[in-house]
Write a protein that binds this ligand. Sequence first.
Ligand SMILES: [Zn+2]
Ligand SMILES: [Zn+2]
Length: 311
Amino acid sequence: MEKRFYYAPTTGRLDDKSMPTHWEHTVPAYRNAPHVWNVGGQDNVAVFLLDTGEGLILIDTGLNAETCYLVIERIWESGHDPRDIKKILLTHWHGDHSCNARVLQEISGAEIWLSREDEVEHKKHEGKVGYPKMIEGRRTMTWVDADTEEAKLSGKRADYPYEVTNFYDDDKPIVMGRFTIRTKLCPGHTPGVTSFFFEDTDEETGKTYKVALHGGLGVNPMMRPEQLAYEGYPESMAHQFVKDCYELAKLPVDIALSSHLNQANILPNIPKDPNDYSVFVADYAWADVLINRADAVKEFYPDVYPEVKKG
Ligand SMILES: [Zn+2]
Ligand SMILES: [Zn+2]
């Protein structure tokens, strides 16, 4: 069987360079599981809407403020009302996932959830802008105060501030309507990346699917030794990520959600019928992508993982 879903290169996505024409990078709202839609509206970062039957849950909030209107539009397009959002669950604190939390909370009054570990990072980086800079020949994500000359020259501005109202407890699932969502802290991409696991039943077919979303699979530059050193994070965080990926890959998952669309080659597979989620039922995708990402991190640490040849 040909595998449609795999870790794909990032070329052609909406990025800083293509921002002036971001409308060329829109994607429609589409159903990803029986009661789950991607309402991100662009081809880079997903925003997952879960219709619990007792209000809406959003996982992440969109790529940037400029494309927030797409999120709101796609929520309507999927047959839902943005004012019904009750909980906003953030995978991690980075701006391309959290940037519109405040705006969407203003519309809906929703709670904003994050891990305690990433709340520390959120506070530490508040009012700063992040952009990649070459340090000792390596592309490194750096953070500077938004009101500095350097930040102004970068053309970036700080995200709207938001207040976290709830913290995840991995021993206590989030229960709302038809969903019981288990969380798992998965440090690596940030110290507080959170992954989500739940079941979703299609009432029409009676089938139940195991659905999972890993909250942070970006490894380059985040898990390179230089980047960890720049952030002041221990190298053990990268090794924990590798270990967790292998462990999590053993879990049976029918539908793997991807927080960045390239992370499972989603773009070419968006169905013409936006309600037909059946294409996303692929029991190999979760394990394949996780192991691919763990192996990519191993290449950064040849002394620790001598068995991995540089690809
Ligand atoms: Zn991130
Ligand atoms: Zn991201």
